[in-house]
Design a protein around this ligand. Structure first.
Ligand code: ATP
Ligand code: MG
Length: 151
């Protein structure tokens, strides 16, 4: 029997993964393969840290076949996958959490779906407690590596 491998490092709050882009994509695909709806994944990190890159890999692993592009302007992109609909949300341009109503936020969260949110901090208290938080940080002095803190 294959040994169980932790997707998220144990004691993740105290540890992190240091990944180059290929490794980060592979980790994301694995997370996508392991994801079951309903599930909310939040991706926090500075501009250009790799949130969309990771979201794309999660979608791939989850079985989305269409190209996944950044929803910065539309705020929400919707995809279909074998297990459920996928909503990829980018709240960078949200000025106030009250605007979430305009994008159907509460309905979207109550669906049996995979929801991936970039810039979740823009939603304030409207991010439900029950979610998988992932932080991506730049690694000092290593332009092609990122620190990933998950779970
Ligand atoms: N280890 C790495 N992991 C992820 N991306 C990397 C890594 N190293 C370099 N990159 C590059 O960093 C960029 C990340 O861009 P991406 O659009 O995914 O960031 P983002 O966090 O979504 O930005 P934004 O805040 O604008 O939405 C890409 O150009 C990617 O090639
Ligand atoms: Mg992005």
């Amino acid at each position: 029997m294959q040994a169980h491998r932790h997707l998220v490092p144990p004691l993740a709050a105290k540890g992190h993964l240091v990944l180059d882009e290929r490794e980060l994509r592979e980790w994301g695909r694995e997370l996508g393969r392991a994801s079951l709806p309903p599930l909310l994944i939040t991706l926090t990190g500075e501009l250009g840290a790799g949130k969309t890159t990771l979201a794309r890999a999660i979608c791939e692993g989850y079985g989305v076949e269409e190209p996944v592009t950044s929803p910065t302007y539309a705020l929400v992109h919707q995809y279909s996958a074998p297990l459920s609909t996928v909503y990829h949300v980018d709240l960078y341009r949200l000025d106030d959490p009250s605007q979430l109503t305009n994008i159907g936020w509460d309905d979207l969260l109550s669906e049996h779906a995979l929801v991936i949110v970039e810039w979740p901090e823009r939603a304030g208290a409207r991010i439900p407690e029950d979610h998988v938080p992932i932080d991506i940080d730049y690694a000092v002095g290593e332009p092609d590596r990122r620190l990933l803190l998950a779970g």
